[in-house]
Design a protein around this ligand. Structure first.
Ligand code: ADP
Length: 643
């Protein structure tokens, strides 16, 4: 131990410590520490700790530098701890604030969603109210006329002519009412996403010729000029939903007629845009009228259901405001576009652009060798027709010229003959303001003799003018709108100098179902009477029963094949039409069980049709009876049945 104190004395005891004080503390078994500088000048902390055995002391010398280092570490740790704690607290506070903000935002979002839903519901209600108001008004107007004229007819029942007039008005109002119902059905089908586009191989010339025929009567009544021109359509055979395409075109053209003034005009132009791509061709259908036009403000709403422009309602023109909404939806479903431009008081133009898959590979146009380099003259008061027919003649290989006047055509014919450079083909419009086409043909024929083919271009029934035209020297006719294939076919035929006579208009098959028997199942006596009358007019034998149960008994007890067709109402007392159809299909005699059954019902939705088919019926037609649909069904089942 003395050695220890000797060693201590070699260094310096600090803070007033002496060897004696240390010894005293040790004798008192104290625990203590002191600073000390050793011989090498290093500061140390000496720690004295008594051991359990009284004579032992544990003495520890820790260099001051280590202690200071550790203290710094501890301070650092301490600081770090605080910084971290503060950071954690700040973070926690930030998170709490953020959470609160989020909650507030979510709350606001919920509030917004709730008020939006509320607004939507209100809008829905408003739309429903508008719909009901519109419907109520639109149904009431023709109903009013029907009821009013019916009572007038009853009052004047003995005045035949007057009653006939009233009945015609009743018929017109009923037709309008039916078109309103059909529009609403269509709209509901569209809104429930049930609008389906069924593509089938079709021919554009057929579609446009049918459109022209359908519109002709209304155009004539309203004294309008009507033009259809085909521009650069090289692919005529396409895949499309003819019914829907017709609906689009009819809706637009009907409006062009309806919102037009006598003496005005409507022109339809079909253009194939560019060469086909990947087997598809793009077509523009442009329908232009010189009618009352549409205001700039209303143009934005024209495709909204039930919307109508003020001036069309003021003018008392009937309509539902559904046609354009339906049209737009169909065009959308066909993957096309519809644009409209208009000027109030001047007229409107609708452009529908559609893409159709082509039936064949794009075929190169064949020139007619015999006509190569020869001159042709087109005579038509419609400048578009002149240009389009001239373009076709050039494609055939001819040199084409045109004029809008019959008299000029005659003068140019004479001139050409005098100059020794005659025209070899004439294509002349039938109806021209300055001189009728047949008269032009007669005068040209007198000049050119028998050589040059003269073809009449007509939008009307050729049969009406054929005799007169042939006497005037006309060789053949082509119907408007003129498609390339028609012109090429007619010219090739004439060039081959075939002596076949020109085919007249197609004979309509005579409608005579004589010898066929129908079972008419209908509980409403009036409807039964109407249907029976219509069917008997088609020479059918009609037996009637008043409910499904009677229908099943009738089919079961009659010999197999007795009935050619059953027309089945759906909603009937005792047994409804669906159950009756199921019961007939379940009859033990298979020949009786397979009798064709067609639903004839006022339940005209697609779901009703599906329900009828599911119950085992073959088809479905809706009431009121549409003659075309009725005849289609009769032909389908009765003629097929009889093979
Ligand atoms: P509506 O049954 O009233 O004819 P549509 O949906 O077919 O309904 O048309 C909506 C409205 O657009 C019409 O009421 C009319 O105001 C306007 N409209 C449509 N086509 C024409 C047009 N060719 N010329 C002038 N206005 C038109």
């Amino acid at each position: 131990m003395n050695n220890f104190f000797d060693k201590l004395l070699l260094g310096t005891l600090k803070d007033g410590w002496t060897i004696e004080k240390i010894q005293e503390n040790m004798a008192a078994q104290e625990k203590f520490s002191m600073m000390y500088t050793n011989l090498e000048g290093e500061d140390q902390l000496l720690i004295f700790m008594p051991m359990e055995k009284e004579t032992w002391y544990f003495i520890m010398a820790i260099p001051d530098s280590i202690i200071k280092g550790q203290v710094q570490d501890i301070i650092m740790l301490y600081l770090l701890f605080w910084v971290l704690s503060v950071a954690v607290i700040v973070l926690a506070v930030a998170m709490i604030i953020r959470e609160e903000r989020l909650m507030a935002r979510t709350e606001r979002k919920h509030q917004k969603e709730i008020s939006e839903a509320l607004e939507l519901a209100k809008q829905g209600n408003r739309a429903k109210t508008t719909f009901l108001n519109n419907m109520s008004h639109d149904i009431r107007t023709p109903m009013n006329a029907i009821m009013g004229y019916t009572s007038l007819a009853i009052t004047h029942i003995d005045k035949g002519e007057q009653v006939k007039e009233y009945l015609e008005k009743i018929y017109q109002s009923s037709a309008h009412l039916l078109s309103l119902i059909n529009d609403v059905l269509d709209m509901s089908r569209i809104e429930s996403g049930k609008l389906e586009i069924e593509e089938k191989p079709e021919s554009l010339p057929d579609i446009l010729h049918t459109l022209r025929d359908m519109m002709q009567a209304d155009i004539h009544t309203k004294q309008l000029d009507f033009y259809i021109d085909i521009m650069e359509v090289t692919d005529e055979d396409i895949f499309c939903d003819k019914l829907r395409l017709n609906q689009v075109l009819i809706n637009i053209v009907s409006n062009a007629i309806k919102y037009n003034r006598p003496g005005g005009s409507i022109s339809i132009c079909v253009v194939q845009k560019g060469a086909p791509k990947d087997g598809y061709g793009t077509y523009d259908f442009r329908i232009k009228d010189t009618g009352i036009g549409i205001s700039r403000e209303y143009l934005h709403e024209i495709f909204e259901p039930f919307s109508r422009e003020r001036n069309s309602t003021i003018s008392g023109i009937q309509g539902t405001g559904l046609g354009m909404a339906i049209t737009k939806n169909i065009v959308d479903a066909m993957g096309g576009t519809i644009r409209v431009s208009s000027e109030e008081g001047k007229g409107s133009e609708f452009i529908v652009t559609l893409k159709f898959r082509l039936q064949k590979e794009h075929k190169e146009i064949a020139v007619i060798e015999k006509l190569q380099g020869l001159r042709g003259l087109v005579v038509d008061d419609d400048i578009n027709a002149c240009q389009s027919v001239s373009h076709m003649l050039r494609q055939i290989g001819m040199l084409s010229e045109w004029t809008r006047f019959g008299k000029e055509a005659v003068i140019r014919t004479k001139e050409a003959l005098e100059l020794g450079n005659p025209f070899y083909v004439y294509i002349i419009d039938w109806l021209m303001p300055d001189m009728n086409g047949i008269e032009v043909a007669r005068r040209i024929r007198m000049e050119v003799g028998d050589d040059a083919p003269i073809i009449i271009l007509t939008a009307y029934d050729w049969a009406d003018i054929e005799k007169e035209a042939r006497e005037a020297g006309v060789n053949d006719f082509v119907s408007k709108p003129l498609f390339f294939s028609d012109l090429q076919g007619t010219l090739s035929k004439l060039c081959e100098e075939e002596t076949e006579t020109t085919p007249g208009p197609r004979e309509e098959a005579v409608l005579d179902f004589h010898g066929s028997r129908i079972l008419l199942v209908e509980d409403n006596l009036w409807n039964q009477e109407v249907a029976q009358e219509i069917l008997e007019n088609l020479k059918l034998t009609v037996e009637t029963v008043s409910n499904g149960q009677e229908a099943v008994t009738a089919v079961e007890t009659a010999e197999a094949g007795w009935y050619d067709l059953v027309f089945m109402d759906v909603q009937m007392p005792v047994m409804n039409g669906y159950d009756a159809a199921k019961a007939i299909r379940a009859l033990t005699d298979p020949a009786k069980a397979k009798v064709p059954i067609v639903a004839m019902t006022a339940d005209a939705f697609e779901e009703d049709r599906q329900k009828a088919l599911q119950s085992g019926m073959n088809d479905h037609i809706s009431k009121p009876l549409d003659m075309e649909a009725l005849i289609k069904v009769l032909r389908k089942y009765i003629e097929n049945e009889k093979g």
